[in-house]
Design a protein around this ligand. Structure first.
Ligand SMILES: [Zn+2]
Length: 229
C-alpha cells in the first residue's frame, strides 16, 4: 500500500479512537456509580471492601487503556506529520504502519507504567466522603468555596423537605434554583397547581415548576440513608 493510502487509513483510525475514548470515560463513570451504590448497600460482614478493591483495579485498567490510547494517538500524529513533510515520491516508498509500530515501541519502552487519572482521584474522594458522611459530603454537593461564611451555610444544608417539613426520603433538586424537596410532595404540588413556582420562601427563581427540571439528588439521598443507619 502506498504511503498516501496509509495516511487516509490513519485518519480513519484516529476517528475511531475518539469513540473508544468516550467508552472509557463512560466506563469509569459507571464504576464510580457502582462503587457508591455498593458502599451504600454495605452491611456488616459482607465483602464490600473486596468488591470495592476489584472496582478500583478496573478503574486502574481503564486509566491504563486511556494512557495507551493517548500514547497511540500522539505517536500516530507524529508519524503523520513526518510523512506529510516528505515529497509524494518519497511517500510512495514508505510503509506508514511500520513507521507507527516502530515509534510506538520506542515510546512504550520509555514510559513508566504508573498511571494517575482524575477519575481515580474522584472515586477515592467520593468513597472517602461517603465513609466520612457529614459536613464534607454536603459541602461537596455544593460548590466548595474558600469563603468561610458560605461554607458555614452549606454545612447546614437541610435534609428536611421545605414543603412537608419532614425528613426527606427521595430528595429531588430544582435545576433552576438548586432547592431540594421531597419527590412525592413536589409532584403532588405539580399536579394540583398550574405554573406553581418553587415553594421555598424568598426563592428568586421565577421559572414555573416542571417535572423535567427536577433531578434526583443521589448524594443527599446517600447522606440521609447514612444518617438513618
Ligand atoms: Zn427555589
Amino acid at each position: 500500500m502506498s504511503g498516501i493510502a496509509s495516511l487516509q487509513m490513519v485518519d480513519g483510525a484516529l476517528r475511531s479512537v475518539d469513540k473508544v475514548q468516550s467508552y472509557i470515560t463512560i466506563g469509569m463513570e459507571d464504576i464510580i456509580e457502582v462503587s457508591l451504590d455498593l458502599a451504600e448497600m454495605a452491611t456488616e460482614g459482607d465483602d464490600t471492601e473486596g468488591q470495592l478493591l476489584d472496582l478500583k483495579e478496573m478503574m486502574q485498567d481503564y486509566a491504563m487503556m486511556e494512557h495507551d490510547l493517548q500514547q497511540y494517538v500522539k505517536t500516530v500524529k507524529q508519524v503523520k506529520g513526518q510523512v506529510q513533510k516528505l515529497s509524494i515520491d518519497e511517500q510512495m516508498d514508505i510503509e506508514v504502519p511500520d513507521l507507527i509500530e516502530k515509534a510506538l515501541n520506542e515510546a512504550q519502552g520509555s514510559s513508566d507504567k504508573a498511571v494517575s487519572h482524575t477519575k481515580i482521584d474522584e472515586l477515592k474522594e467520593k468513597l472517602w466522603q461517603y465513609k466520612n458522611a457529614g459536613e464534607t459530603m454536603v459541602r461537596s454537593a455544593n460548590e466548595v468555596t474558600e469563603d468561610e461564611d458560605v461554607v458555614m451555610t452549606q454545612c447546614e444544608v437541610s435534609t428536611k423537605c421545605p414543603i412537608t417539613k419532614c425528613e426527606m426520603v427521595d430528595p429531588v433538586t430544582n435545576k433552576h434554583c438548586q432547592h431540594t424537596y421531597e419527590k412525592t410532595a413536589i409532584m403532588q404540588m405539580l399536579r394540583n397547581r398550574k405554573n406553581a413556582l418553587c415553594p421555598v420562601s424568598g426563592c428568586g427563581n421565577k421559572t414555573p415548576l416542571d417535572k423535567t427540571d427536577l433531578v434526583d439528588n443521589r448524594q443527599l439521598k446517600r447522606l440521609i440513608n447514612q444518617r438513618n443507619k
